[in-house]
Design a protein around this ligand. Structure first.
Ligand code: GAR
Length: 190
């Protein structure tokens, strides 16, 4: 069975959705490790509840990105990780990790890329008044939310929703869509 590491910096609702899909038998992967760059983030409690191994680090305690990415790589190798799944990991991946895990790093982003990359994509789309937004799952390259697109799911808006309502609908899509795409593209088609 393919082993994945989930990288996350925050709440970890997508982390939990992937774990739940594995437990429900809908996703045939093993979550071998959580990598978190924010000591104290809620996702760490979720991993501990689920008895998932964690590697939590503070980037400020390393001299360079190369040095903490080398440390991440040694943890990934110790745990035989095949695929890196970013789920709200709010940091650009550097060449050290990209070169070691070529085409094996994927990300979820809460907009229809290439529109609204970067932080607060849901707010950016809401303020722009778009009538269709959605979720993108893509391969990671050195840019900000720029790698080749794997799959997208659209959400139509009436314009009557509050920002909080749009956020809730986007997250509902993410929680179903990420496990589905992982299963379809990285288990069944692999
Ligand atoms: C998710 O909405 C994810 O798409 C987004 O961060 C959120 C993390 O939520 N990622 C990005 O914006 C990447 N550019 P979570 O911690 O509850 O899974």
């Amino acid at each position: 069975m393919k082993k994945i590491a989930i990288f996350a910096s925050g709440t970890g609702s997508n982390f939990q959705a992937i774990i739940d899909a594995v437990k429900a038998g809908c996703l045939h992967m093993e979550v071998a490790l959580l990598v978190c760059d924010k000591p104290g983030a809620l996702v760490i409690d979720k991993a501990e509840n689920e008895k998932i191994k964690t590697f939590v680090f503070n980037p400020k305690e390393f001299e360079t990105k190369v040095s903490f990415e080398k440390e991440i790589i040694s943890r990934l190798q110790e745990n035989d990780v095949d695929l890196i799944v970013l789920a709200g990991y709010m940091r650009l991946i550097g060449t050290t990790l990209l070169n070691t895990y070529k085409n094996k790093i994927i990300n979820i982003h809460p907009s229809l890329l290439p529109s609204f990359p970067g932080k607060d994509a849901i707010g950016q789309a809401y303020r722009a008044g778009v009538k269709i937004t959605g979720v993108t799952i893509h391969y990671v390259d050195e840019g900000m939310d720029t790698g080749p697109i794997i799959a997208q799911r659209a959400l139509e808006l009436s314009g009557e929703e509050t920002l909080a309502e749009v956020g809730q609908q986007i997250h509902e899509i993410e929680h179903a869509f990420y496990p589905e795409v992982l299963q379809k593209y990285f288990v069944e088609k692999d």
